[in-house]
Design a protein around this ligand. Structure first.
Ligand SMILES: N[C@@H](CCC(=O)N[C@@H](CS)C(=O)NCC(=O)O)C(=O)O
Length: 222
């Protein structure tokens, strides 16, 4: 039996959604973030040494890292579903976006989260102006321009085809969903990204997405 070690409000929501799209049986073991630090509880380290989510176990195997889990599940149980055929241009786009989601898209979004905390979080009064100035500088000179250029790029990509890998919905769209949901909730996509907003509306309307939400519990990004 596939067991998803699922952290609330996290990337593992994508794995529940993938399992629903594939129509597979699975169990969920739920973990709650520490409300102050937002970190995963230490029990998750018993499943995988890094203690991050998602991580799945199946048949005596433990698989961590969203992209690796997507490859494992589609490869073992997909029978060709949600993955474009090898050797096609769609497959190359699929591979690109499967990696882009965690390899590129999430880094500036995570930096924004961290530097927003530095800018607005509690600290001794004498340190505040310096910390704020540094946070602002990093955000203005690096983080926000990178988020903008990635969103511009992704908006243009969705001008070429309905889904990220082509005309067919694929697991790359599932993998890309978290970064776009995070971008929408951390800064808003705004009217300059109509294709990305439409993408989010389309995925949120999928019955498998709704089933995954129902099983996973609270998820603030949908
Ligand atoms: N690149 C990894 C990222 C894993 C990750 O950072 N997960 C977050 C949840 S979105 C987490 O477990 N955070 C809790 C913590 O760091 O303690 C993946 O895609 O699986």
């Amino acid at each position: 039996m596939i067991v998803v070690h699922h952290l609330n409000n996290s990337r593992s929501q994508r794995i529940l959604w993938l399992l629903e799209e594939l129509g597979l049986d699975y169990e969920i073991k739920k973990y709650q973030r520490d409300p102050k630090t937002m970190l995963a509880p230490p029990e998750l380290k018993a499943v995988h040494p890094l203690g991050k989510s998602p991580v799945i176990s199946d048949d005596g195997l433990v698989v961590a890292e969203s992209g690796a889990i997507v490859e494992y599940l589609t490869g073992r149980y997909g029978n060709g579903r949600l993955v474009p055929a090898v050797g096609t241009p769609e497959r190359l786009r699929y591979t690109y976006f499967l990696h882009f989601a965690e390899g590129s898209a999430m880094s500036p979004l995570l930096m924004k989260l961290v530097f927003d905390k530095v800018e607005n979080g509690p600290m001794p009064f004498f340190a505040k102006p310096i910390a704020r100035a540094i946070a602002r500088k990093v955000k203005d000179s690096f983080v926000l321009p990178n988020i903008r250029s990635q969103l511009d790029f992704l908006e243009a990509e969705l001008g070429k085809s309905t889904w990220f890998a082509g005309e067919e919905f694929s697991a790359a769209d599932i993998q890309m969903s978290f970064a776009l949901e995070a971008a929408a909730s951390r800064g808003g996509l705004g009217s300059q990204y109509p294709k990305l907003s439409a993408f989010l509306q389309r995925i949120h309307a999928r019955p498998a997405y709704a089933r995954a939400l129902e099983r996973g519990g609270k998820y603030d990004y949908a």
